[in-house]
Design a protein around this ligand. Sequence first.
Ligand SMILES: CC(C)(COP(=O)(O)OP(=O)(O)OC[C@H]1O[C@@H](n2cnc3c(N)ncnc32)[C@H](O)[C@@H]1OP(=O)(O)O)[C@@H](O)C(=O)NCCC(=O)NCCS
Length: 155
Amino acid sequence: MEDLDKVTAVEAVCFPPAEAADREAFRARIQCFPQCFFVAEIDKEIVGFINGAATDERTIRDEMFEDASLHSPQGCYQSIFGLDVVPKWQHQGIAGELMEHMIQDARKRGRKGLILTCKDRLIGFYERFGYRSLGVSASVHGGAVWYDMILEFAE
Ligand SMILES: CC(C)(COP(=O)(O)OP(=O)(O)OC[C@H]1O[C@@H](n2cnc3c(N)ncnc32)[C@H](O)[C@@H]1OP(=O)(O)O)[C@@H](O)C(=O)NCCC(=O)NCCS
């Protein structure tokens, strides 16, 4: 919770206002699922983070972004609500490390896989980690077009 202001500030530089989660949304997320919220630090400064609720559903619904209490601790899928790296530190593999950490954590917790929504330009980025596209999402978050992505662990 001591990182609340810093993650809110990072989100504001990484996303347009219609898409950025605000301080209250982050407060609720950190309260509801601190174990699914990881930050990347360099010299004690937060330069990026990844977070998301767990759920039994195979796609993210917009209500999940707004209502952190929908988090289901034993959920089959770890969702990714956001992956952020501040511009100064982008292109150095930090988002990749955060994603790999979340994937390993989901595996350790015995989940079936991970889900996220992304814009078309990032589909290729997520495919590198083993995600595949399920097509256009029902999400109207921030008025944009999103794609549902899923990574399912082999049995
Ligand atoms: C997306 C984001 C998290 C990436 O962070 P990053 O730390 O720069 O990512 P990494 O360094 O781990 O990986 C970047 C590499 O992924 C690959 N990559 C990036 N976009 C890609 C794409 N569309 N298709 C295939 N590969 C892609 C490239 O190899 C890229 O290497 P490069 O930086 O040398 O061009 C960052 O740009 C960001 O915070 N953007 C704003 C917020 C956002 O859009 N978040 C994602 C949606 S939730």
